[in-house]
Design a protein around this ligand. Structure first.
Ligand SMILES: Cc1cc2nc3c(=O)[nH]c(=O)nc-3n(C[C@H](O)[C@H](O)[C@H](O)COP(=O)(O)OP(=O)(O)OC[C@H]3O[C@@H](n4cnc5c(N)ncnc54)[C@H](O)[C@@H]3O)c2cc1C
Length: 589
């Protein structure tokens, strides 16, 4: 099934919700502007629909295999990767010093939506390379940066992230892999599991980022260091030479993302180079994780968009039911099918708005004119990241479910492709920290630890939107009333948490997912209302595409009537506290 990038919505969000041109007026971003962004998105859209999307189903069917040379990727992937790399797509967000194009993160994010929609298994490979570049770019020595970043930015080498071990999943404090000093490098030993794109034949080297412990490291998270471990050691000229002792032992057989190799990796005295200082590996990895968590959240949007495109195409052609005149009815005309399509359309628009607004905060923090602005935007990145990851990926489960439901029985049949999206989406709420872990991060590190200060500022921004909606006499009352009630609920939820958390050790953990989902739906409603106001103003002024602007008004109204009320459900469940969650004795489970 084909894929077409929704240019118009991405452009609208960049232009009006992100304020892309204003963002690019910051020192350091002067070369970017909306005109360039539109051209980049169009090119990426072609690459996505013409090169990557056609390999999505064949990759799912073929999967990957392990042979004498290591992991063999699915047919067509190597050629697609070469075209992808040669077109410069990996270097979009990289500093010019290392061969990059230094374009804003938000534009790279809008482009990444396309790769992930077109072919999520393929797109995981560049996604991890970008995350690895981010970590090396922030924390490694200049020597490591200049050795590895240009080759990664050009796509000649890919990057991986080696955190998970059999006993260390959500709890990375339990990492056991060892790193022993050996002259100018370290010897790394240990086993890592579930390593995405841990091996393949698409490039002549792979740069593994590996968490391991030094012999004298303190226990727990304070004793973890980060290492660059290349698949092939570099010769004097900087080219891949001798094989390093980092091998894929086996491949996992998975529910979805079949064309993305998930490797058990063995490191046996593999040569590695430390990134930054000893024992600071986890904070360094968090640089990559913030990036990777938002990127996985974006995968939730991407797969939902792809699922929506499939559902609407099928709903327009599938005939069921007969009119009095004997003609048959396309299922898109049945109200319940329209309800499902509207849920998908309005949710993906809200997800896109939130993903891009969140991505732009990284740029605003990086290019801030002063320390106060830098701190404000950095705090917003921290606050948004678990919501982008948690809420978008949870919603994608419902969106891929609705696609199958729209198709009826054919959706359950693999041939339709709807089943693949459902299977592929299932990992999104798990890797890069499960929803439970995102929710703990949001409620603990991002809310309770600053007594809700950052969240209060976000709520003030939302209240300002309500004020402008009311002042502008926005014509759709359900939008004004719906957002106003939901923001008031957000204010109450924050205060309820601050008032009650200290008295009950189980409270935060019991209510955290409801708290996160409440703020996810609220953030979506806030930005949809902003979009609706913008669309209304443009339409009134006779500007823009009347069809698109009219549709935005309707998706905004639908969102506020059908999705925002979920904030009430989550708030009610929160207020039940921990009792019925914790009361049942363990032997009664
Ligand atoms: C296909 C795939 C690709 C992956 N790619 C990579 C990769 O490239 N690199 C990498 O390093 N890892 C990768 N992973 C690993 C992934 O990040 C972990 O699976 C994930 O972090 C969860 O860890 P776990 O599987 O050990 O589950 P566990 O940590 O055992 O969690 C099991 C359950 O317990 C819950 N839980 C655990 N601790 C807590 C807590 N403190 N509070 C509340 N609930 C808790 C979890 O939410 C979950 O529901 C991948 C995994 C898969 C399946």
């Amino acid at each position: 099934m084909s894929y077409i990038h929704p240019y118009q919505d991405a452009e609208f969000v960049l232009r009006h919700l992100v304020g892309f041109d204003a963002l690019c007026s910051a020192a350091g971003l002067e070369d970017a502007n909306m005109e360039l962004a539109v051209a980049v998105l169009e090119e990426a859209g072609k690459m996505g629909s013409e090169v990557l999307a056609p390999l999505n189903r064949s990759g799912d069917l073929a999967g990957v295999s392990l042979g004498d040379k290591g992991v063999q990727e699915a047919a067509g992937f190597k050629e697609a990767y070469q075209q992808f790399a040669e077109s410069g797509w990996l270097s979009l967000g990289v500093e010019t010093e290392f061969g990059g194009q230094n374009l804003p993160n938000v534009l790279n994010t809008a482009v990444n939506e396309i790769w992930q929609s077109a072919n999520i298994s393929f797109a995981l490979c560049p996604m991890l390379s970008m995350g690895a570049m981010e970590s090396i770019g922030h924390h490694a020595s200049h020597a490591l940066q200049s050795t590895y970043l240009p080759k990664m930015a050009s796509g000649e080498w890919t990057g991986t992230m080696n955190l998970t071990e059999p006993d260390a999943g959500s709890d990375l404090a339990a990492v056991k892999s060892r790193a022993v000093p050996n002259g100018d490098h370290y010897l790394i030993s240990g086993q890592k599991i579930f390593i995405t794109w841990g091996d393949h034949q698409m490039t002549d080297n792979i740069v593994h980022l590996v968490l391991a412990r030094l012999p004298d490291a303190p226990p727990g998270v304070k004793g973890i260091s980060l290492f660059v471990v290349p698949k092939f050691l570099l010769d004097a000229a900087g080219n891949p030479g001798e094989r390093n002792h980092a091998h894929c032992l086996s491949l996992e057989h998975k529910l979805g993302i079949h064309a993305s190799p998930t490797c058990v990796m063995e490191f046996k005295d593999a040569v590695g180079y430390i990134v930054g200082e000893p024992n600071k590996g986890l904070p360094y990895m968090f640089t990559m994780m913030n990036h990777a968590r938002q990127a996985v959240g974006l995968q939730g949007l991407s797969i939902s968009e792809r699922a929506y495109q499939q559902a609407k195409a099928y709903a327009k052609e599938r005939l069921q039911g007969t009119r009095r005149d004997g003609s048959r009815i396309p299922i898109i005309q049945h109200p319940d099918v329209r309800r499902m399509l509207m849920l998908m359309k309005s949710s993906t628009e809200a997800m896109r708005a939130f993903a891009l607004v969140a991505a732009a905060e990284t740029d605003r923090a990086k290019y801030a004119a002063d320390a106060e602005a830098q701190a404000r935007h950095a705090a917003r990145v921290e606050l948004y990241t678990p919501i982008v990851k948690g809420w978008l990926t949870e919603l994608s489960q419902e969106m891929t479910y609705l696609n199958i439901q729209t198709w009826g029985g054919m959706g359950f049949i693999e041939e339709s492709g709807a089943a693949q999206h459902y299977r592929d989406a299932r990992i999104l709420t798990i890797y890069e920290g499960t929803t439970g872990i995102q929710a703990l991060d949001f409620i603990g590190r991002k809310t309770l630890s600053d007594q809700g200060a950052a969240l209060a500022l976000l709520l003030q921004d939302m209240q300002a939107t309500v004020g402008r909606l009311q002042a502008s006499a926005y014509p759709d009352a359900s939008v004004v009333e719906g957002l106003s009630a939901a923001v008031a609920r957000g204010v109450l939820a924050r205060q309820w948490l601050l008032d009650n958390a200290a008295a009950d050790a189980h409270l935060a953990g019991s209510v955290s997912v409801n708290f996160l989902m409440l703020f996810g739906y609220l953030a979506g409603g806030w930005l949809m209302a902003e979009a609706g106001m913008q669309a209304q103003a443009q339409a009134a002024a006779g500007e823009g595409d009347a069809n698109y602007l009219g549709s935005k008004r309707i998706t905004t109204r639908f969102y506020c009537e059908h999705l925002l009320p979920r904030t009430g459900m989550h708030f009610n469940a929160m207020q039940a506290g921990s009792a019925s969650i914790m009361d049942l004795p363990e032997d009664q489970f």
